[in-house]
Design a protein around this ligand. Structure first.
Ligand SMILES: *Cc1c(COP(=O)(O)O)cnc(C)c1O
Length: 493
């Protein structure tokens, strides 16, 4: 298994180098050069525990890892870290199946990958015998930052630098990041939005001057964003798991197709579902759900991607994104791996903020993807209604998925069983969830969590308990123009 760049101008690499590098030298994203096929039958796969299935799915993507090495990484990532015994419970409510991905240490789905990826990274560094300190840059709309700070907390040989948009993450997310106490943790808020942070980060990662200075001092950059293939691979597992659970419970027969609906931002989570399908998972359609920043909805419906539009800060902040990095990977696959076409589209995006895909890509989109969006009001209504009618509590992001799936099913009459990626604990966005079910918010974010628990009895994630008492360590807000200088300064360059 080799990994190649979507822009075709960087050399192929093994998985270790691809994970260490994060993005390719030509600014493209690494993708696997083929998709291994799920072997055996569902009656075998559906007997496996989550960790066994992870080993089964991931091994062919990581041929440089021995079975023991991979098992050690998987055990480290999932043992004792999850509040649900099955790691990812699949819960039926309101006509759909919720794939609850948020039972990890920071209460959002990002933990699924960010507990495993640092372990794959440090093992890769050992294998490649790089003596370097890896500097992980993370620009985050909220959840990646919290999950990466936890995943990389005091991991030897790493420094982690997180940038989040000032005032545009939930109070709970902000508290999680500002109180991160790993000795290798550095956190800044940016006076700008997520796209500002992500775009500046991409520039830093390809700044040849800076890279030379870093090299000389024994540092190398990597990205923990979903641009890193090490983030995407672990996410394939839970889609296979979700399907296997439906087979085990008798909700579907082995081989029956399902629909998969994913509340999307940077397009990493839904892309992992697409990878699962390419491995043989029986999927009929992918339903891409957006909030009011509906650039992906418009793209899937028209074939034109256009970021020249107003940016909204919404009550599903982890999806407040206009430039969805991982779409580049899907375009590459749908374009028959035509790297020249991808370079042209990405150049148009960089210069004019807009591109229109060719016929072949549009055909692929039409074949596999549907899309829709939900407004803030629809989100709160949907949370309230599902809770009142069915007693199931979901967060604002998951509500986007549920609403868009429901619209889709009604519009098309497609009654294929649907898995909905449930991406965050309701407590992580407690204020909006509390208001949605009509109990109002408390005096502060932590009081709201208590109220929500008192009203619903839903499990409060361990990581959110005691957050109020923790010391604020990272207080700074900086301009995006200063991001590079701050990184250089903290590395002593
Ligand atoms: C990151 C995130 C998303 C969006 O996932 P992508 O992989 O960026 O598309 C959705 N919901 C929550 C809660 C998230 O943290």
């Amino acid at each position: 298994m080799k990994y190649k760049s979507t822009r075709g101008l960087a050399p192929e690499m093994n998985v270790c180098s691809a994970i260490i590098k994060g993005i390719a030298a030509d600014r493209g994203l690494y993708v696997p050069d083929h998709f291994p096929q799920l072997s055996g039958y569902w009656d075998r796969l559906s007997q496996m525990t989550y960790k066994e299935l992870a080993q089964e799915v991931l091994a062919p993507y990581l041929p440089e890892f021995s079975a023991e090495e991979l098992k050690a990484c998987i055990d480290g990532a999932y043992d004792g870290k999850y509040s649900a015994e099955e790691i990812v419970p699949v819960v039926k409510a309101g006509g759909a199946w919720f794939l609850e991905l948020y039972h990890g240490p920071t209460a959002a789905f990002k933990d699924m990958a960010l507990q495993l990826m640092p372990r794959l990274l440090t093992a890769s560094i050992k294998k490649e015998q790089e003596e370097k300190t890896v500097v992980i840059l993370v620009s985050t709309s909220g959840d990646t930052g919290t999950a990466a700070l936890k995943g990389f907390e005091n991991v030897p040989g790493t420094q982690i630098v997180v940038f989040f948009p000032d005032g545009a993450v939930s109070p709970v997310q902000e508290a999680q990041m500002r109180t991160a106490d790993g000795a290798n943790a550095h956190v800044f808020s940016i006076l700008g939005n997520f796209d500002d942070a992500q775009t500046t980060q991409k520039q830093i990662l390809s700044d040849t001057e800076l890279l030379k200075e870093m090299e000389a001092k024994g540092f190398t950059f990597s990205a923990a964003n979903s641009m890193n293939i090490g983030r995407l691979l672990p996410q394939i597992v839970y889609y296979v798991w979700g399907y296997a659970q439906l087979v085990t419970k008798g909700d579907i027969k082995a081989g029956d197709p399902v629909n998969i609906c994913v509340p999307s931002g940077n397009f990493g989570n839904i892309l992992s579902a697409y990878y699962a399908m390419r491995m043989g998972l029986p999927v009929k359609r992918f339903i891409c759900a957006s909030n009011k920043n509906k650039v992906l909805t418009d793209f899937i419906n028209t074939g034109t991607y256009d970021v020249n539009r107003e940016f909204y800060v919404t009550n599903s902040p982890s999806m407040d994104i206009l430039v969805s990095s991982n779409l580049e990977r899907l375009l590459f696959h749908l374009a028959g791996e035509d790297a020249a076409e991808i370079r042209s589209l990405m150049d148009q995006l960089a210069s004019g903020g807009k591109y229109t895909v060719g016929e072949q890509v549009k055909k692929g989109l039409d074949e596999w993807f549907s899309a829709g969006f939900a407004t803030e009001e629809e989100i709160t209504d949907t949370i309230g209604k599902l809770y009142n009618d069915h007693g199931y509590l979901m967060d604002t992001h998951t509500a986007v998925g549920y609403k868009v799936w429901k619209d889709y099913a009604e519009r098309t009459g497609d009654d294929t069983p649907a898995l909905i990626a449930s991406t965050a604990s309701p407590y992580k966005f407690a204020k909006d969830v509390a208001e949605s079910i009509g109990i109002g918010q408390g005096a502060d974010p932590f009081d709201t969590i208590d109220r929500l628990f008192a009203a619903t009895g839903a499990h409060v994630p361990e990581g959110l308990k005691g957050l109020k008492q923790r010391k604020i360590i990272h207080k700074e807000s900086i301009r995006k123009e200063d991001m590079k200088a701050r990184v250089a300064a903290l590395l002593g360059l």
